[in-house]
Design a protein around this ligand. Sequence first.
Ligand SMILES: [Zn+2]
Length: 426
Amino acid sequence: MNRIFSVIIIFLIINNVVFSQINYKDYFDVQTLRIDFMHCGNNLKESAYLEQIVQEPFWGGSKETLIDPFNYGEYRVMVYDSVSSKLIYSRGFGCLFREWQITAEAKKIERSFYESVICPYPKKTVKVVIESRDKKNNFSELLSLTINPKDYFIKKEKGSGFKSFKVLSSGIPSKSIDIVLIPDGYTEKEMIKFRVDAHRFTEYLFNCSPFKEYKNKFNIRAVEAISVESGPDIPKDSIWRNTVVSTSFYTFNSERYLMTYDIKAVRDIASIVPYDQIYILVNSDKYGGGGIYNFYNVCSSNHKASEFVFTHEFGHGFAALADEYYTSDVSYNDYFDLTVEPFQPNITTLVDFESKWKEMVNENTPVPTPSIPENYDKIGAFEGGGYVAKGIYRPMYNCSMKSQIVDKFCPVCKKAIEDMILVYTK
Ligand SMILES: [Zn+2]
């Protein structure tokens, strides 16, 4: 009997059944707890220091899946009940600091990045731990805080004062994927254009599979955040503009990498609506964008490839998908340890292929899979991906995570996106 009982318990733990029994209302209120911190270091070391703690008015996330069932992201936030030490919330995420760590600059100087994590607002004192993943996939503590939700230093300012509007309404936030669209580089006069763009980009998302199959699971809201000047910064062209979240091309000196360091402004604007994912639309006709898992997504709004960029970046930000290309000016050769399995669902080192999409590969398809025309439409393991030409494998010859093609996520990327949608909407 004992043995059977143990087997059942192990089965339940593996399947998160035990974890999922956390009752939201026992531990959490209706708002969001936001912890802002400075993430500092160089290529070899990192540390984090508290900036501020904020209560945001809405929690847009799931109230069912409180423990992260995926193991994605270079970082994770863990929330423990302070009395029982029980884990009551966790979520993986990525950030700009980790990407900066592999740039040449990080070998020369130390820098700090403003960052932020959120969780549902606790009813009682909690211990919040932010953990960092190393190259061997082990996590270690980066920042640990004990937070009493009744502490009167927790900020409760009422948002940014901007108006918001609904683009798509499907259901209650706790059972929907809530995307907040933030404009950058749109002046007051250009707010009419932003309204049109918000609807156009919403159409782009649902032109694309598997998003279109789950359209009725998405809420899309937009905040009319007004910029003083039109368009983003383009440092190499000496173009500097005063905009509401300060997006800039040439992030880490990559021309098309369009990002912002001003996380505080981004969060303050997003917080006036319930949200799971932040998408910044940048008023520019220059090609560019970016997306980091559970951090934010960015896309320029007026380029002919903007539809592709919009869904591609959302693959990063929403489902932790890796880029499947390997020939570009992005040089991240030190990014992966080829002796461990990367966490991203759509690339593998073949070290633990069973944990990835091996079961989706036909038994007649060789692994690794030769890049020859007869294999182009097969699922396999094609060498090259994640900016690395050798030792990293991708699921298909082509995919929207590899090439500039619209509505062409490979079956493995589609499944990763679907799995994420189902977790948000359970
Ligand atoms: Zn793919």
